[in-house]
Design a protein around this ligand. Structure first.
Ligand SMILES: [Zn+2]
Length: 72
């Protein structure tokens, strides 16, 4: 069970680096995800929030860095 698939919410090692705000506690942080709902510069995604102790929804504030290692 060590495949490279990382599609579960909260697994944020791939995808663009985003500055985002947790809808649960309002904390802002930089996260990586490929599971953005809507536009990647203004959409939302689910990610682990350490303040909320679980997976929450995050609103994208800014696209910090385009997809790294995507091999475009
Ligand atoms: Zn939170």
């Amino acid at each position: 069970m060590s495949s490279e698939r990382a599609t579960a919410p909260g697994v944020g090692r791939v995808g663009p680096l985003l500055s985002a705000r947790c809808t649960g506690c309002g904390k802002t942080s930089k996260k990586r995800t490929t599971e953005i709902v809507g536009d990647r510069s203004s959409g939302s995604f689910q990610h682990v929030c350490h303040s909320c102790h679980g997976v929450t929804w995050w609103n994208v504030l800014e696209l910090v860095e385009a997809d790294a290692g995507g091999g475009r």
